[in-house]
Design a protein around this ligand. Structure first.
Ligand SMILES: [Zn+2]
Length: 253
């Protein structure tokens, strides 16, 4: 969770992670070229990566509400490695979450918030560093192959002690908050379906499958994601969907 004030100094930690799955298929091209408006391209195929990105974005109906205070540096595509999943630990709407983050002055935010109704809000561009993962367990910069270097301005960060000194994750990840309170019911299908599409969108945007972790993998004392998300997380890590492929297939039979 990022919502509580104390979380401005809370960050994550973990002992294992999935390797980066693939190199970008078209990472050589500047990101703005990969995302150029379709109307400007006369030779674009209907099934090109760019058309796929736009289609996924349109399906999601992303509500964009960017706030300058959430930007902490540049995150060029070559630095993208992880998608970090969080719970808000509150039932407020995505809009109220963004307003809360902006109002408390901490500079903490995730790139996206997914509501219980499946609505998706974005408040940080994918090419910018957001403070959503924060400090991690000692040794995690090395374990996750991330580096605490100068791209992150670290504005607003406060040390939380020698057990959690590693701070590389923000510079190499996209953060997604799900509106959810641990122990207070399952994640709605609408929310999980939206998360499926959002992960597919991020994959298409960067041209690679980022490793998917939850916040407590980065900082072991964090609560998010909730125990009721554990099976979904395993499915996301293996199948990039809340459902295992075998389950989805069996439902078609
Ligand atoms: Zn979190």
């Amino acid at each position: 969770m990022l919502a509580a004030l104390t979380l401005t100094i809370m960050l994550s930690g973990c002992t294992e992670h999935s390797p980066i799955v693939a190199e970008s298929l078209y990472l050589d091209a500047p990101l703005q070229d990969r995302l150029a408006p379709v109307n400007s391209a006369t030779t674009e195929d209907a099934h090109s990566p760019r058309s796929d990105i736009r289609k996924l974005s349109q399906e999601l109906g992303i509500v964009e509400d960017y706030r300058a205070a959430f930007i902490h540096g540049e995150k060029p595509a070559e630095y993208q490695k992880y998608i970090v999943l969080h719970d808000t630990e509150g039932w407020g709407s995505p809009q109220s979450v963004i307003d809360y983050w902006d109002g408390n002055g901490s500079g903490v935010a995730a790139h996206f918030i997914v509501g219980v109704d499946g609505s998706v809000y974005q408040c940080v561009l994918l090419d910018k560093i957001a403070h959503h993962a924060g400090f991690g367990d000692i040794g995690n910069n090395q374990a996750f192959d991330v580096e605490d270097e100068s791209r992150d301005d670290r504005e607003g960060t406060v040390s939380i002690g020698p057990t959690y000194p590693d701070y590389g994750m923000n510079s190499y990840s996209v953060g997604i908050e799900m509106v959810h309170v641990g122990g207070d019911g399952d994640y709605p299908i609408e929310q999980l379906t939206a998360l499926d599409k959002l992960i597919a969108y991020i994959d298409a945007y960067f041209g690679l499958e980022s490793s998917i972790i939850d916040h407590k993998a980065w900082r072991s004392t964090n609560s998010d994601t909730s125990p009721e998300f554990a099976e979904y997380l395993r499915n996301y890590q293996e199948f990039r969907s809340y459902q295992a492929v075998s389950d989805a297939e069996s439902k078609l039979e």
